[in-house]
Design a protein around this ligand. Structure first.
Ligand SMILES: Nc1nc2c(ncn2[C@@H]2O[C@H](COP(=O)(O)OP(=O)(O)O)[C@@H](O)[C@H]2O)c(=O)[nH]1
Ligand SMILES: [Mg+2]
Length: 501
């Protein structure tokens, strides 16, 4: 196999000029799709557990047609044989256990390899009640199925080569998307746009690696199958490509996780009241006892098309006792990770300006985040306009006067919040985005390896060392799409899925 890849790479190198080789549309086929494996039969509920018009119980693996045959009777056709059903066929009938009828169902048959998992599959659409569903599932388990693990159907689709790891993850992200743009990005990933870019990169790396390996085999001859200057150029191009993907992560993360918006300020400034009024529900406990909020509270809030992840924190003051102290430590951690900071001040007191130094310090220390100073409790002071103006002058920051208790100024605050993050989520227009920390880290590692390789090429180091770095870059890129299978990574990816997917 390695030999074949090598030959193919050399042939390609000889027949294509380098210009073409660097062209993204040149994808050399070095992978093959194996025949799907039929795993042991698994079964699970594919729809949420609860009351509904319909529910779907699915089975996949070897013998599922035999299992279906034992529990299902087709209406008007008692001699129906599941094993002879065509794929994508629906059959109306009943499911039975040993005591009698369980439910009327529609059974869908899928024939390997044309199914979600590429194995033989049967799906029963039954009535959507928890008792019905658990009966049907029990019947299938009694007949030889095992209950599926979380994500096991999708895992099989991956292991059988129907989708790559990125696409499997995209399915999970699509299901969990909270906004239209997060959904669009997942669809894009499912269609393979990111996979294609990574595959092109991988093929180029593979080719360079193969040529270097060949040199090692002919080390006594002192030949260079790829000139070092050419290799250097290719590494630089690959690095630029990696960087552009890495840079898209900041945007991708915002799309997926929402704009991390931390409400910070002293105890009793009205942070929890503000969270509640923005969410329009009594989510956080509000009280005039300072230090009520000890841990942070996180809730999503959609405004226009932007998803904000609102985080209400423990008030910032010298910790009084251990739990509050821990709460304050967590507040600072959240503040340091914020995209948008809402710094809340109670402007009904005379000391409202005493917080200016703290605000200025925050602006400097957390300069990655945008900041809005929110002047709260304007209902308790007659000169709020002047105070807001004063704060604006002293901090040179956006200041918004509100009364969280009365809801005054909240619409203006929402508008300002969305204006401050404008452009953050214009991102769906960009075609390929990296949205997962796992991908981001692998890309960073690949970039580091290439940086080492570049240094080695520059200093005319030995072929072996350069080949080693290129090979590690290759492995990091391969880990993303699952070309390099790492059991630990597979577990992390599929454990996040629900059972039945
Ligand atoms: N009058 C007035 N009281 C407020 C306002 N916002 C919050 N409060 C009160 O201030 C106290 C502290 O509020 P809370 O939201 O728990 O503050 P936190 O400690 O910053 O979370 C409570 O008694 C609230 O009812 C406001 O805009 N006007
Ligand atoms: Mg609070």
């Amino acid at each position: 196999m390695v030999f074949l890849i090598l030959v193919e790479c050399i042939v390609n190198t000889l027949t294509l000029d380098t210009e073409k080789l660097n062209n993204k549309h040149v994808v050399m086929k070095t992978s093959f799709t194996p025949q799907p494996l039929q795993g042991e039969p698994i079964a699970a509920l594919a729809t949420p557990l609860g009351v509904g018009a319909l529910a779907v119980v699915r089975m996949s693996g070897k013998d599922v047609f035999d299992i279906a045959q034992r529990v299902f009777r087709k209406k008007k056709k008692p001699d129906f044989l599941f094993s002879q059903s065509k794929g994508f066929r629906a059959h109306f009938g009943t499911v039975h256990d040993r005591e009698g009828l369980v439910d009327e169902v529609v059974a869908l048959a899928f024939r390997s390899p044309n199914s979600y998992t590429m194995e033989d599959m049967v799906e029963f659409s039954c009535h959507g009640g928890p008792v019905v569903v658990s009966h049907i599932l029990q019947v299938l388990l009694d007949e030889g199925c095992r209950l599926a693990e979380p994500g096991e159907f999708t895992r099989r689709a991956f292991l059988n080569g129907r989708i790559d790891l990125l696409q499997a993850e995209a399915i999970g992200e699509m299901i969990h998307a909270r906004t239209e743009s997060a959904f669009r990005t997942a669809v894009n990933q499912l269609q393979g746009s990111l996979s294609l870019r990574l595959d092109v990169m991988r093929e180029q790396l593979l080719c360079s690696c193969a040529l270097l390996e060949l040199e090692l085999d002919f080390s006594e001859e002192d030949v260079e199958f790829q000139s070092r200057s050419q290799l250097q150029k290719e590494v630089v191009v690959l690095q630029a490509e990696l960087r552009s993907l890495i840079d898209s992560y900041q945007q991708g993360r915002l799309l997926k996780e929402g704009v991390s918006t931390v409400i910070a300020g002293r105890p009793n400034a009205g942070k929890s009241t503000l969270l509640n009024v923005l969410l329009d529900e009594e989510r956080a406990i509000v009280s005039n006892i300072p230090g009520t909020t000890r841990d942070y509270i996180e809730e999503y809030f959609l405004y226009e098309k932007t998803m904000f992840r609102l985080i209400d924190t423990a008030g910032l003051r010298e910790g009084h006792e251990e739990i509050e102290h821990e709460g304050i430590r967590r507040s600072y951690k959240k503040i340091s990770e914020a995209d948008l900071l809402l710094y809340l001040i109670d402007i009904s007191t005379e000391e409202y300006l005493s917080e200016v130094p703290q605000i200025l310090e925050f602006m400097e220390r957390y300069s990655n985040a945008s900041m809005i100073v929110v002047a709260n409790k304007i209902d308790l002071t007659s000169d709020s306009v002047l105070k807001v103006q004063k704060l604006r002058e002293m901090t040179d920051c956006e200041v918004c006067g509100i009364s969280a208790a009365d809801g005054v100024g909240i619409n203006e605050l929402k508008l300002l919040m969305s204006r401050m993050v404008e452009g953050f989520d214009k991102l769906h227009e960009a075609s390929v985005l990296v949205t997962s920390l796992r991908h981001y880290e692998a890309l960073r590692n690949a970039l580091d390896a290439l940086e080492h390789a570049r240094g080695l090429i520059e200093s005319a180091s030995g072929t072996e060392l350069i080949a080693f770095e290129l090979r590690s870059a290759l492995e990091y890129v391969g880990e993303i799409t699952g070309k390099v299978i790492n059991e630990e990574i597979l577990n992390v990816v599929f454990d996040r899925f629900c059972i039945g997917k």
